[in-house]
Design a protein around this ligand. Structure first.
Ligand code: SF4
Ligand code: SF4
Length: 365
């Protein structure tokens, strides 16, 4: 296994060609992740420094690392007496931790110190330091909205530990430009890596996995942590743009075509229907703000609400977004859902529209 691994069945780009997610590519400080002709992220292993920032921003936690698991770190950190998180001590880079991880660990630990004492001289700070500040700001905003008295402190602690011998250790200890010359382990890594992009594809057997609805570990940890937190005196409504990991939805019933795409692609099951496809329900508890439902909604009927009620953390509720009429198609006899007075199913309607266009036939009405 290489130092970084992408689970293609988790990446939302596997779910639809309409996905525009590029969060991992944008945050990668060494441009090791490329999203180009191949729909899935490709990785240049010779450039990857295993900082973990890609997994920190990925809504579905699609990346795995050889020597760091953020879930294992979560539990180790809670057991430690020290509340310091430092790239010289216990994480490859603080950007490897998502906002959900920061909030969950902070409320359970009751205090948290993020050591940014090395960021000034770090070669990967270009994107990672900004991401750390962004995550800390968002996590603190959420803690405040939850009326938590726990504070996340950014401090220039400059915790030092130099006996690390793995690749990440070299990155922490010395300048990126020089570590290739000085560490034997790193040479081995370079031998294993090539300048070529490792491309990802899906096998036939992966299709079943794609359809399986699953919540990322960080969301499970988040809600486990929230259950242990006292409810605020009142539920505050916060700006949706200030929360990167969940959302509330609105549906424009006039625009929705009942195409069923949004809940079919939703990777977590936040959007659902019933066996007859007669409705769309939404559970903010399950939403990871991956955006794929919006990317596939051609008429933009499904939108994000401008606000988010913190109540959803403490008392999750399933909301009804729209109900459909379930009919039998006049043409092909299949049962279909519709949001209009249509007598034809979506496919027959498209075929009829194409035929009219081809032969220049006017609409009946
Ligand atoms: S951030 Fe995650 S979901 Fe988005 S493109 Fe990268 S791997 Fe895929
Ligand atoms: S509701 Fe939309 S944004 Fe939320 S998890 Fe499902 S597909 Fe992603």
């Amino acid at each position: 296994m290489s130092i970084i691994h992408l689970d293609a069945t988790k990446c939302v780009r596997s779910l639809s060609v309409d996905s525009v997610c590029k969060k991992c590519e944008v945050v990668c400080p060494t441009s090791a992740i490329v999203i180009g002709a191949n729909p899935l992220p490709s990785i240049n292993l010779s450039l990857c420094v295993a900082c973990g920032a890609c997994n920190g921003v990925c809504p579905t936690e699609s990346f795995g690392f050889e020597d760091f698991s953020v879930t294992d770190f979560f539990f180790d950190y809670l057991e430690e007496e020290d509340s310091l998180i430092s790239c010289k001590k216990n994480v490859p880079c603080i950007a490897a931790l998502s906002v959900e991880h920061l909030v969950s660990m902070a409320v359970l630990k009751k205090e948290m110190i993020l050591d940014v004492g090395h960021c000034d001289t770090c070669e990967i700070a270009s994107t990672c330091y900004k991401q750390i500040l962004k995550n800390e700001e968002e996590a603190s905003y959420i803690l405040e909205a939850m009326e938590s008295d726990v504070e996340i402190k950014l401090q220039k602690v400059s915790y030092e530990k130099t006996e690390k011998t793995d690749r990440r250790g070299f990155l922490s200890a010395i300048n990126l430009k020089t570590f290739a010359k000085t560490k034997h382990d790193f040479e081995n890594e370079v031998e294993r890596a090539t300048d070529e992009l490792t491309e990802h594809t899906l096998a036939k057997t992966d299709i079943a996995l794609l359809k399986k609805k699953k919540l990322p570990q960080k969301r499970k940890l988040f809600f486990t942590a929230i259950k242990r937190v006292e409810k605020p005196s009142q539920y505050h409504v916060v700006e949706s743009d200030a929360i990167s990991f969940t959302s509330q939805k609105l549906m424009d019933k006039d625009l929705c075509t009942a195409c069923q795409m949004c809940y079919r692609v939703c990777p977590t099951g936040a959007l659902t229907s019933d066996i007859k496809n007669s409705k769309i329900d939404f559970d903010p508890f399950m939403c990871i703000k991956c955006n794929i439902c919006h990317d596939v909604c051609a008429p933009n009927a499904l939108t994000k609400s401008a606000s988010y009620n913190i109540k959803e953390f403490f008392e999750p509720s399933v909301q009804s977004l729209i109900a459909f009429n379930v009919k039998r198609c006049n043409e092909c006899n299949v049962i279909f859902s519709t949001n209009s007075k249509d007598k034809l199913c979506y496919r027959c309607k498209c075929e009829e529209e194409e035929a009219r266009e081809l032969w220049g036939i006017e609409d009946d009405e």
